[in-house]
Design a protein around this ligand. Structure first.
Ligand code: NAP
Length: 642
């Protein structure tokens, strides 16, 4: 774990540096900012080589072959200088800003500079660490905090509050930490976001073994973080919160908990829900499902041992999870039928299942801050960079179920070319996998070739006729065909709209959160809800990012905000804050309007991005910068305080 990186001396000759950089797997975009940073020399950022930061599909910065050679030559010269003269002791702030502008295709505003500098976090720094401690408020009693869930967000919240000296307990229903990386053990499970961005900004890691590492590696990362931060000791495992009730008299929540030893209660002034959006498996409401007499399971409850050899297997679903385990099942099963309801856009990432090459590992280990700049370049392209391509152009006169703007159409054309190439030898399959919704209306499915190869196997069939019912022996489709199976695997996703279920949460005046939501969860900044004093949500309503960036960024913004709120309680000597209904409602009105200007807002395609009312209760429609800005400070006027 590279929180305070130490770089190896550069041990290559000029010729070896040139040879190493000729490796086509060396990703070039971040090399020059890293060299400029290390040498404190802006001449390594030539304006004519500013990369195309807006197109995540552009390989190698969108540079021509000649430009790529120029980048390699400059890098080789820079590495030789670092080898011979050593790296500069410090980097001028102006140069860092210029490098941020360069790698993001800037110029970037002051707030963008601050936000991106936080993400860059060179030298293992932690600019988002809370700048306060409970001892700053010695006269006050402690504000006790319970965090529900020990996944990526819950661990982070515990760390931040512990840094401020706040007493914290984490209640975790599972036997281990890690949330989704603990629960999803299906074969082929790996992070579908580029791994070098999928880390905490202040706990970056540059020795990921793969470009998109398998789940066990991710689980280990979060485990290591918990140990580095010394928060594992705060976790009560196998402890499920079933209900919680607010008391104005004590300014505290009483949580009802279930453990293997029985039920009990625990009190806390503040509750932080970190239960995630994608952890309650959903089984489809298909007639006869319960009558099925064969073996079945959901992807998030994969059995410890499975024997698929000689078996006729059905998989229902072709989303991010199913597309990852379909290749493994196809390899083992006697026959596999994949039931696809909606075709997804595949986003090519050819290296996703590959080990990071030696050249890249050498660069991460030897070129100071290369990992930080590499991560920042990816962060930009994966977050803000692609956003304009999924914004609806109000003057776009084409069919909105095909594209929502010229940029969106261009992206569609690019992804269609990829599909056509992948299925060139199987026109029958191409017809089936061609999506009929605009790019960005639902989540992309990451592809490195294994999915299409699996679908093309002789033992695999892709069934697109709708499922009519499930029988004791298999699945009947709408055309009346009865398909017999030994095993049905449900890759049918999660009850993402049912935030904080199945906990019963009773707030001020007896208001019950789920009754208040009535199937349409909303929150202010995704974090607070009216009538729910001192209850904070992480990865709550409308905090999901669609463009496949790293959700860890959102968690860092949310935990910063929550820590600010807890600080405010210390300052005020305890009590509570509850968001004003008018503030909450105005915020949601603007948010809903924002979502209607995005591809997922206008398309009617089925996805977990929308709830039963048809509203997107999941997605954040604005820029990352805006979320960062809105979560900088807790505005006192937004809340009723007691
Ligand atoms: P999902 O995206 O919701 O996919 C569910 C699939 O089941 C879809 O193909 C859906 O079809 C199908 N389905 C649902 N009900 C059906 C029915 N009654 N009949 C036929 N098909 C039905 O769920 P997921 O794949 O588990 O992924 C959920 C999210 O988890 C992802 O979008 C992603 O954010 C996250 N995830 C991340 C990773 C990773 O990073 N490694 C991996 C997996 C998941 P429709 O498309 O027609 O609705």
């Amino acid at each position: 774990m590279a929180s305070t990186p130490h770089y190896r001396p550069i041990d290559k000759s000029d010729e070896d540096l040139v040879a190493m950089l000729a490796d086509p797997d060396v990703e070039l975009v971040a090399l020059l900012p890293a060299i400029a940073h290390a040498l404190n020399d802006a001449s390594f950022l030539p304006p004519h080589l500013v990369p195309d930061a807006s197109n995540p599909l552009a390989e190698q910065g969108g540079w021509t072959a000649e430009q790529q050679d120029e980048v390699r030559a400059l890098t080789a010269a820079g590495l030789a200088r670092i080898r011979d003269e050593g790296a500069a002791d410090s980097t001028a702030p102006g140069l860092s800003a210029a490098s941020i502008d360069w790698i993001t295709g800037g110029p970037r505003s002051g707030d963008y500079q601050t936000m991106l500098a936080e993400e860059l976090a060179p030298d293992g720094s932690d600019p988002r660490a809370p700048g306060w401690h409970r001892d700053d408020f010695e006269a006050t009693e402690d504000v006790s905090v319970v965090i529900v869930g020990a996944g990526m967000s819950g661990l982070l919240a515990a760390h931040r509050l512990q840094q401020s000296g706040v007493p914290v307990t984490i209640l975790e229903k599972n036997t281990d930490l890690g949330g989704t990386w603990h629960e999803n053990t299906y074969p082929g499970c790996r992070v579908d976001v580029a791994n070098h961005t999928y880390s905490y900004s202040f706990q970056q890691k540059f020795d990921w073994p793969d470009y998109n590492s398998p789940r066990a590696v991710l689980h280990q990362y979060f485990s290591d973080c918990a140990d580095d931060w010394n928060v594992r000791r705060l976790i009560d495992f196998e402890t499920e919160v079933t209900a919680m009730t607010w008391s104005d008299a004590t300014s505290s929540w009483t949580l009802e908990i279930a453990t293997p030893d029985g039920e009990s209660t625990i009190e806390a002034n503040v509750v932080i829900s970190a239960v995630g959006q994608l952890n309650r498996p959903i089984l489809p409401a298909i007639e006869g499902r319960e009558s099925y007499a064969g073996t079945w399971w959901h992807s998030a409850r994969w059995p410890e041992s499975t024997d698929l050899a000689g078996k006729r297997v059905a998989i229902i679903g072709t989303g991010s999870s199913a597309s990852q385990f379909i290749p493994a099942v196809a390899e083992q099963a006697d026959s596999l039928t994949v039931f696809q309801r909606t075709a997804n856009w595949l986003i090519p990432r050819p290296r996703a299942n590959q080990a990071v090459t030696d050249s890249m590992l050498w660069l991460f280990a030897s070129l100071p801050h290369f990992g930080n700049w590499h991560r920042l370049g990816m962060f930009w392209r994966g977050h803000e960079g692609l956003r304009p391509a999924v914004v609806v152009d109000p003057d776009w006169n084409e069919n909105l179920e095909e594209s929502v703007s010229e940029l969106n159409q261009q992206l569609r054309d690019m992804l269609m070319l990829y599909l056509e190439a992948e299925f060139a030898d199987r026109p029958d399959l191409l017809d089936k996998v061609r999506p009929d919704h605009p790019v960005g209306a639902k989540r992309f499915v990451l592809d490195f070739g294994a999915y299409s190869m699996a679908l093309k196997r002789a033992t695999v069939s892709l069934e697109t006729t709708a499922i009519s019912r499930i029988t004791p022996t298999g699945i009947v489709t709408d055309d009346g065909t009865a398909h017999e199976f030994d095993i049905i695997i449900y890759g049918t996703g999660f009850a993402a709209s049912e935030f904080l279920m199945p906990m019963k949460i009773t707030g001020r005046g007896g208001a019950e959160l789920h009754a208040q939501w009535d199937g349409d969860a909303r929150a202010y900044l995704g974090i607070t809800a009216p009538n729910m004093p001192n209850l904070f949500m992480l990865y709550g309503p409308n905090t999901n990012i669609v463009i496949n960036g790293s959700i860890i960024f959102f968690s860092e913004c949310e935990t910063h905000y929550v820590a600010q709120a807890v600080r405010e309680l210390y300052e005020r000597g305890g009590g509570s804050l509850a968001v004003k209904a008018a503030v909450h409602d105005a915020y949601n009105e603007r948010l809903d309007a924002g979502n209607l200007e995005m591809a997922w807002g206008v398309s009617n395609v089925s996805s977990w991005y929308k709830n039963a009312t048809g509203r997107s209760a999941q997605n954040w429609p604005f820029t990352m910068l805006e979320y960062w800005q809105q979560t900088r400070n807790v505005e006192a006027d937004d809340y009723d305080w007691t």
